[in-house]
Design a protein around this ligand. Structure first.
Ligand SMILES: *Cc1c(COP(=O)(O)O)cnc(C)c1O
Length: 521
């Protein structure tokens, strides 16, 4: 048991399994009868903690009374961990009682709670965020006191996604084209996609690339028609936002822009506009009432726009039901534009953003999560950037943000809000969306109204660039060619090297017979 940590590494994937710190201590002390100090040394060398969110309300706190009833021995151990930890804190931050109560594993400000993220930090030898920006913000904000205490424990491990699922399985046409161009090694060494870069300048290759996107869009149109009954045009720009529904992800910013385009078409019937299909997908948590109201608004806007023949099919809005990994495999390869529009400083990393980029979508996005690194990789010219950054957002809150001012200075935004307010999308019901509008006009915690004008202007540029298909396809190829960093192979290698101290060992791959034979048994 003395060597446990040399043979086992346990990664706490978010705070959800943080109780494992107390459980390993219980096993070592109660079952294996090791002294506390030795058990603690083994425990902290075994665990490492990955944080996945910057939203403070998402950091788990378990009520002490519940803990005492269900896991009394674990609570005793947590008290002992806390006592020894706070002794250390007292020495490090001499006389700083505020700091001690902020760092304590027990929140004693009102009803008492166990702070599970603190248990994860104290019990781990490494703490990491999942994108460069996220890891910096952890040190500055969410885990500031822990960083002041143990700066050496903090690391970054930028997320990745597996190209075997998100390219080879999801996009066989593109896989075949890429393999014909550069061989098959890219599937296990995604940096090799860089070898596509010269082909972005080859008109024949671009045509094949564009034909594949068109075929993927046609496949998606068939799927969308089967699940929604709606006919969509595969030659329109597929503008896609698929992800869980949350205010910080700002699906409502997207739908406000859809309404603005519709309002423009109704005001100027002959307006030239790039035809677009807006594709939404995603689920809300069962108790997240406002998120469900956002879903309702998107569907209500779609019901009006999709039926209005006067706009000559220039806008369509699809809400794909049951967005999950399987449906995702049909969506990401069919996208022209990837919507990554969270309020700066709120999205830890995002991984949908990476799946889109690998499959040749261009991104419209804020400087948030891994968008920052995607933009660095693909180049600023090949990425549509808008909105406040984290420092500007913080400064705005400092100086006092009044969302109503955004409407006063923006006639179009006011018209958009008025259409919703007057019940245009709810058959005259002026109550249905009132809570959403009140939230935006009087609180707007995610700066939707503040970023609306910047977003709209950026979308105007997207529409103009899509009309130049040679340039668009060139940029599409470059996005995919420069997405190699976002392979989860790279991520896992970094965890092995910097956290787990695990080195590669040769393995023998099973033959096809062994795989299917084993499966059939
Ligand atoms: C990738 C993926 C996500 C994560 O999407 P984000 O845009 O990064 O929030 C969520 N749900 C499904 C089904 C996915 O495939």
């Amino acid at each position: 048991m003395e060597c446990f940590h040399e043979k086992f590494a346990v990664q706490l994937n978010d705070t959800h399994p943080a109780i494992a710190v107390a459980e390993l201590m219980r096993l070592l002390i109660d079952e294996y009868v090791l002294p506390w100090d030795q058990a603690w040394s083994i425990t902290t060398r075994t665990f490492a903690y990955t944080n996945h969110t910057l939203l403070p309300e998402a950091l788990e706190c378990w009520p002490l009374a519940l803990f005492a009833r269900v896991l009394p021995r674990h609570l005793e151990i947590i008290y002992e961990i806390n006592a020894r930890f706070l002794d250390q804190v007292r020495i490090h931050f001499f006389g700083d009682e505020e700091r001690i109560s902020r760092l304590s594993l027990i929140d004693e400000r009102g009803e008492r709670y166990v702070r599970m993220a603190h248990l994860a930090c104290v019990g781990s030898h490494a703490i990491n965020g999942v994108a460069d920006l996220h890891s910096e913000l952890l040190k500055q904000d969410v885990l500031h006191d822990f960083h002041a205490l143990w700066p050496g424990r903090f690391q970054n491990k930028t997320n990745g996604v597996t190209p075997r699922r998100w390219m080879v399985l999801a996009n066989p046409r593109l896989t075949q084209l890429i393999t014909a161009a550069i061989g098959a090694d890219w599937i296990q060494d995604l940096d090799q996609l860089h070898r596509l870069e010269p082909l972005a300048g080859d008109a024949g290759f671009r045509q094949q690339w564009a034909d594949i996107k068109r075929a993927n869009k046609q496949d998606f149109a068939t799927l969308a028609q089967a699940s929604t009954g709606l006919l969509i045009d595969p030659d329109s720009l597929f503008d896609v936002q698929v992800k869980r529904i949350h205010e910080y992800k700002r699906q409502h910013l997207n739908i406000l822009h859809v309404i603005a385009l519709y309002h423009r078409l109704k005001s100027s019937p002959n307006l030239a506009m790039t035809p677009r299909t807006f594709i939404f997908g995603g689920k809300a948590a069962p108790g997240y009432w406002l998120a469900k109201l956002i879903i309702k608004l998107i569907n209500s806007v779609g019901d009006v726009i999709n039926r209005d023949s006067t706009i000559r099919n220039q806008l369509k809005v699809v809400y794909l039901p049951n967005f999950n990994v399987r449906n995702g495999q049909r969506v990401y390869p069919a996208a022209d534009l990837s919507e990554q529009i969270s309020t700066a400083g709120k999205e830890a990393s995002g991984t949908g953003n990476m799946k889109f980029t690998m499959n040749g979508a261009l991104t419209i996005g804020t400087l948030d999560g891994a968008n920052v690194e995607i933009r660095q990789q693909v180049g600023a010219d090949n990425f549509f950037l808008f909105g406040l950054d984290t420092d500007q957002a913080a400064a705005l809150w400092q100086s006092g943000y009044r969302p109503l001012d955004c409407c006063e200075s923006d006639d179009e935004l006011r018209d958009v809000i008025d259409l919703i307010r007057n019940g245009f999308f709810s058959r005259g019901d002026t109550e249905l969306f009132r809570p959403l509008l009140n939230n935006l006009l009087h609180h707007d915690p995610y700066l939707v109204l503040r970023d609306f004008r910047s977003y709209s202007a950026c979308q105007q540029e997207v529409g103009a660039q899509y009309a130049d298909s040679n340039q668009w396809v060139r940029k599409s190829v470059l996005n995919s060619a420069r997405s190699g960093l976002f392979s989860s192979d790279r991520t896992i290698r970094e965890y092995c090297r910097d956290i787990w101290q695990a080195s590669a060992v040769p393995i023998r791959l099973l033959s096809q017979e062994e795989v299917t034979g084993g499966f059939m048994q």
